[in-house]
Design a protein around this ligand. Sequence first.
Ligand SMILES: Nc1nc2c(ncn2[C@@H]2O[C@H](COP(=O)(O)OP(=O)(O)OP(=O)(O)O)[C@@H](O)[C@H]2O)c(=O)[nH]1
Ligand SMILES: [Mg+2]
Length: 363
Amino acid sequence: MDDGFVFSNVLIWLIPLVVALVAVIVTLVLLRRQDKGRAAVRPASRPPVAQGAPDQDTPAPSAGRLVRLRERLARSGSPFGAALLAVLSRDHLTDADWDELEDALLLADVGAGPATELIDALRTRVRVEGVADPSAVRTMLREELIRLVDPTLDRTLHTAGNPGVVLVVGVNGTGKTTTVGKIARVLVADDYSVLLGAADTFRAAAADQLQTWGARVGVKTVRADKDGADPAAVAFDAVKRGKAEGVDVVLVDTAGRLQNKTGLMDELGKITRVITREAPLTEVLLVLDATTGQNGLQQARVFAEVAGITGIALTKLDGTAKGGIVVAVQRELGVPVKLVGLGEGPDDLAPFDPEAFVDGILG
Ligand SMILES: Nc1nc2c(ncn2[C@@H]2O[C@H](COP(=O)(O)OP(=O)(O)OP(=O)(O)O)[C@@H](O)[C@H]2O)c(=O)[nH]1
Ligand SMILES: [Mg+2]
């Protein structure tokens, strides 16, 4: 075999081999390129859930909530309303009957002054009008209870401002954070834009709790980046940011420690001062637990003196037969009950309406 023959034989094998190798390399390169291209578009084309956006709720509208939640009141108030009706429906009312009525009112936490007022009004009407059929008795009691609750008070939550600022105060465990969350939902349902301020910097969990409430309805929370930060600084940041972002309402949650009156006055005083540097405080809402009765009222009085409250949110009315606390608290603190909490559900907060309330406790 000569050299020329060997060389041409090798070439015959080598050329297809090189061509095949080049083809494999080109295919591999092309495949990798395609893969890179796909990876580049993947993040943008992913569904929004993968970006961490929360599942959002559609909160129930605020109008007519007290009527819808009426059976919760009847559950809590029936011993009170039903007891009054039972006594008043008797044929000839004796002194003992009137005493029984007064006891029922006191048991329901109406308070001594308002109880006497109601008994006097009813006695006069029974004397003048007589006690006819049960429906007339019911109408009479209904009218007098509504009068006692006072339908003339302004119960609107004041939120008109740039932004409107609602500061929420009260003893710990009364339901402040829950109520702020529920109010945010009411406002969102009524088409307001809302920002939350977690000025309870006492424990980190408090800000998490608030943030969770907000996230469910797409509302942001301004919070401190460390535990024990200055609550006034957080309140200030929240209002400042609310103003900068053109938000309608900023809701500020606070801690409820009642160390002593001076400490509380200092802390709430500072929060109030820094907020009003940015925007007027349109509402200072005191949250009061209806199940704590006269004792809770005593503690609430301290907050009322210190914080200059403009309205009351009465929580846990679903868990008590003492619906009369509505009357007592308004008399004691001199401000109207504006909202009532009727359960732990996210939409179990209702604007207070005297007529629907009285209908609820009469069952
Ligand atoms: N049944 C019932 N429970 C309520 C109502 N409002 C609040 N709660 C419950 O009361 C408990 C305390 O509520 P929070 O909102 O954490 O109270 P808080 O005042 O913020 O408490 P601190 O931050 O510790 O001062 C929670 O278990 C709520 O679910 C209500 O209207 N009815
Ligand atoms: Mg709280």
